[in-house]
Design a protein around this ligand. Sequence first.
Ligand SMILES: [Zn+2]
Length: 443
Amino acid sequence: MPDYERNIPKERIRKRKIRKLKQAAIYYGAALLVLVLVVWGLVSGIKGLVYVLTPKPKPVRPSVEQLIADGDMLAASYDFDKAIEHIKSYGEDYIEKPELTDAIGRYENAKATMVKFEDVHDVTHVFFHALIADSAKAFDGEYTQDGYNQYMVTVDEFKKMLEEFYNRDFVLVNLHDIAVQQIDENGNAKFVPGEIWLPEGKKPMVISQDDVCYYRYMQGDGFASKIVIGEDGYPTCEYIQDDGTASYGEYDLVPILENFIHEHPDFSYRGARATLAITGYDGVLGYRTCPSGEGYTEDDIPKAKAVADRMKELGWVFASHSWGHRRYGQISAEEVGEDAQKWENEVKPIIGETDILIYAHGDDIAGIEEYSGDTFNVLKSFGFNYFCNVDSHISWVQIGKDYVRQGRRNIDGYRMYYYPQMLEDLFDVSQVYDATRPVVPEI
Ligand SMILES: [Zn+2]
């Protein structure tokens, strides 16, 4: 130790060392920062250079022919605004293409001839169950035969009915088209009649299908087994043949209606499809997605979700049909809440949000009086705004302050056999009735 340091107290030496260390830290820290900045600058520069030197792909512009074909499709389903918007997506220079400006002119002229459907309270709503694809199997004399004969419609019958709906100027609309929620000047939500604009003489119709789950008890009885998305990107049905092999095609309502709309876009108002009512206890769309149900397969959940996602893109709408096919009108508000919670836990992750409840067994929570009370409040708390029961009137619509309710007409063997006159506005039963149905004993 040098002499001159001998008398310096240790504390001062320590402080001096700390000071030196601090200076070094600042020095090296600054140097490191400069280095980082230099490297970052170089990398960005190179990236920028690469970006500048890379030839950019020209934006792909749809052909004029394709735009007009798509626009015509949209216009055929009365969606004129969307058709015009689609043509204009060509770019600002669409104006220089006479074919495009002509198309817009055609759409504007057609739009001007549309008539607002007078009263949405007159919109009829028909519903079906799973369609019988093979009547020899459904009507095989087993104990299930009478039920199928009463509640179901065959594929052949449905196809004939659809043609007839179309011939009689019905146009499929979305349930949500009937009434829409509006926020008034005080910020309060209320439902008001929707506006449906159709050619003079055309009539809106809602179609729904219940229990689109392909329950296990129906397998082997001539029904489809599940909905899948075909290679063409559209939903189709799987059907299991006797030898265990799967066939795909029009074995139920979804692919039949989807294909019908492709051929007749003017049957679908602005791309509307049917509303499908889904329970949870035996899975959805033919996938065994219920954890407490038989045959539960975890892998089926993403499969079912992919099918539902694609169907929603195409305009299909999903509704709750309760989780356990429960009679909401007969059980307590608390039990309704428990069932709705199960549906929310198991079915909603697959089919997504819905504000439509289609009562199982058509069992409404009230008579024709306006909704109120505990059960209604529970259902509102689960987000339901649109409620459907079963009713024999041609149309029955109630637009409440905070909900919309519609009666649905059952189209099935029972109605066709005993009350054909109640279906006269829709089709002539004698023209559609399937000759393969077993004879119903007179009552
Ligand atoms: Zn049902």
